[in-house]
Structure formats: structure tokens, C-alpha cells
Design a protein around this ligand. Sequence first.
Ligand SMILES: Cc1cc2nc3c(=O)[nH]c(=O)nc-3n(C[C@H](O)[C@H](O)[C@H](O)COP(=O)(O)O)c2cc1C
Length: 377
Amino acid sequence: METEYRVSTDRIEKRANLTSDRKLAHIQICLEHDVQGRNITTGLEDISFVHHATTDLNIDEIDLSIEIFNKTLSLPLIISGMTGGHDFAHKLNAFLSQAVEQTNIGMGVGSQRAALENEEVKESFNIVRENAPNSLIIGNIGAGQIAQGLTNDQFQELTDMINANAMAVHFNPLQEAIQPEGDTQLKGLHEKIRKLIQAHSVPVIAKEVGAGFSLYDIAQVKKIGFQAIDVQGAGGTSWAGVEAIRTSLPRYKNTGEVYWDWGIPTALSTILAKRNFEGTIIGSGGVRNGLDIAKLIALGADAAGMAIPFLFAVQKHSTEAVVQKIEEIAYQLRLACFLTRSRNVLDLKKASLMITGKTAELMKMHGIDPSSYYSRE
Ligand SMILES: Cc1cc2nc3c(=O)[nH]c(=O)nc-3n(C[C@H](O)[C@H](O)[C@H](O)COP(=O)(O)O)c2cc1C
């Protein structure tokens, strides 16, 4: 395993301009190294539901379904954008999309940039819509590509490639700054995105990749005209960390180490989004189980996103393994509803929460009273 990774890394350093090689290295690094936040957490551990020992629901009758982007999902779960752009990604996307269609959840694809650069890799994205004709499928492109002048036609091409129900624009300035080839020339970005959104009818999502959105960012996202926010806060996969491992250049490696834990924790970023943004909110970044999803819904998210747990699930190269993971997560979410007397997912939004620790402190710093989440039932 280790040897295989070293070979790939050498190849990547020789051909650093090839987007698909970079994407393959990301997958290998995520599978072979611990790339989770080190001293930062999502803040979800500070959130507890009030237990209802006297619950009087039938657990099987709890309705987990939600409506999002004009689709009904069987539970509020979206596999966050990860892969596409090379043969290996084609396989992973094939298994993931089959499981998504079978279980009726949502799925984002990884950055479609590679398909703009190389026709041959389009098939690794097309397969997702082929396997999941009825599912919520979300496209993906980097803010960096928009800053560099992505055209309306190119944006439309990306949407059409997977017949996307929504498009995510990923903001990842930290990750880009830990790469010698990174997109860090972002002047004029907001205006360019605003024009793209205005020119297309597909809903556009502002997505981070693991550093979350601050209160200031949420105001910008609203001003630019995004219809949705995919929080992707800190505490889960660290992309400064992944890039630190990928590079051998000391300047970037050491900087990635220093910034490993940078960002706005997922719980806080979701709370801020709910209070300051009227559009759709996906709570994400470090979401690892159905209880985490329940907490994010209770904090105001419409659905939750999970990336790396599904990379591990699909590593077995079987649709069944992914389906099993989804069913396990659904049961954990169902149990949170049962134990809080929530008849459906929307009821979770009224469930009482006890918010303590760092998250409570950060909320107070933002003028939000944590105890208001306790007395709402
Ligand atoms: C292997 C891998 C590749 C990824 N590629 C992309 C990408 O192309 N575009 C994107 O917006 N996010 C990408 N992400 C980031 C995830 O969508 C997500 O924002 C991030 O990993 C945090 O979620 P997690 O803690 O559940 O992993 C990738 C994540 C992984 C694990």
C-alpha cells in the first residue's frame, strides 16, 4: 500500500499540472493517512438532545424523508462531492451512484474541472447520472476556475454533463494556498460568480471543503445570490493537512502543518448560516453518523453532507457496502427522533438542545444565547 502511494506521488510531482493525478493522490492520502482535524472539533460534541425516557412513538413509523432542491430524499443525507476525473474515480462514482439511487439519498460529484481540461474523463462523471437517473445529483466546480474566467457555456456544459439538480461552487482558499499550483488569484471573484448565477436557472450552492463559512462569509454568499450553503466546517477532513502530506516542498508542507486546524467549526457555522441566510442549508464537515445529522438538523440544517466516511465505505468496491453504511446512518437518525419524541425530521428542529463548552462560548461571542435552544420545545 505504502509503496504504491510513493510511486503515485512521484508521478504527481513530475506532472503536477494534471488535475486528475492530483485528485487520485487526494483519495490515496485520505485512505492511508489520518487527515482529520487534530486540535479542532466540529463542536457537535457540545450539542446534546434532551433524552425522553417516556417516548411513546413507534420507531418504525418515524418519517425521515425531506424535500430539497425539488426532490424528495428518504433521509436528509447527501454524499459530499469527492471524485471524478480518472479511471479509479469512475469505479468509485459507479458504486456510490448505484447506492444513492437504491436508497434515495443525494450525491455530489467531485470537481468537474478535469472534464473541462480532458474530454476523456467526462465518462467518470456521466456514469453518476446514468446509474442514478432519479436521484438528487449535485455538480461541482472551484471558485478558482470561476476567478480564472469560466464561461457561461462551460458552466452549462458542467450542469448538462450530469443533468445536475444543483451546482456547488467550492471555496477552498486555504487548500489552494498550500499548493504551489493553487488558485490564489481571486480578485473580482464575487462579481464573476454573481453573473454566472444570474445567467443560469440551476440552484447554485456555496460550498467550503472543511474550513466552514464565517458570519462575514454568509453575508457575502447572500449578496452574491447563492440559493444554498453547504457549510463544510472544520473538525472533519483537513485539506491543509491533505496538501501538507501531498507535497514534499518544505514551504508548503510546513505551512499546511501550521494551518491544519484552521476554520470555523461545523456546529457554529451551521448555527450562523441558519440565523443569517434564508436559502437551503446543508450541514457538513466532520459529520460521521446519524446522530451528527440529527444535531445539524436541530441546529437549522435542511440536510447533512458526509464525504470521507463514504470514501471508506466504497473502498470495498461494492454497492452493498455503501448501502449498508447508509442504512446504518438512517437507523441512528431514526433513533435520535425516537428518543426526542420527534415524529419526523422537521420535528427535530423543535427538540430541546443543551449546548455547552466551546460552542456555547462562540455562540455568546456572536450574541446568540445558547439557552434559547434549550427552552424551545
Ligand atoms: C477524496 C476526497 C476528494 C474531494 N474532492 C472534492 C472536490 O473535488 N470538490 C469539493 O468541493 N470537495 C471535495 N472534497 C471535500 C469534501 O466534499 C468535504 O467538503 C470535506 O472532505 C469535509 O467533509 P468530511 O469531513 O465529511 O470529509 C473531497 C473530499 C475527499 C475526502
